[in-house]
Design a protein around this ligand. Structure first.
Ligand code: AMP
Ligand code: ZN
Length: 112
């Protein structure tokens, strides 16, 4: 399997790491769409939200436990947005589940 984010997790492709533990890898988006734009990915390959199930949902829970901590350390007290794109209609470009944290500015209201 040729997966960009699996290669980033393994360290075979460089990234700007923000946080890492047994379950979660977080790094800065290469093409930031806000002053703070961080991606959180599970350290196992899950293709998208469509593939979350009872066996792997602990990775999703661990990601969401980390989000408020990362938001705090990135000074996002004013608020932030958490987004995941799933499938073609949502323009998911990397087929490894990831959650975007966007913040550091007033975000536009429109989401779709
Ligand atoms: P999505 O469009 O939701 O699948 O998001 C994929 C995100 O991955 C985009 O925001 C890209 O800018 C980001 N991205 C692609 N390649 C890299 C990379 N090598 N390092 C960091 N972020 C990346
Ligand atoms: Zn992967």
């Amino acid at each position: 399997m040729n997966c960009l984010f699996c290669e980033i997790i393994k360290g075979n492709i460089p990234s700007s790491k923000v946080y890492e533990d047994e379950y979660v890898y977080a790094f800065r988006d290469i093409n930031p769409q806000a002053p703070v734009h961080i991606l959180l990915v599970p350290k196992v390959h899950i293709s998208s939200v469509d593939e979350i199930n009872a066996e792997n949902s602990v990775y999703v829970a661990k990601i969401f436990e980390k989000i408020p901590e990362i938001a705090k350390s990135e000074n996002l007290g004013g608020g932030y947005r958490v987004i995941t794109n799933c499938g073609a209609d949502a323009c998911q470009s990397v087929k490894h589940l990831h959650f975007h944290i966007l913040g550091g500015t007033q975000l536009i209201e429109k989401m779709g």
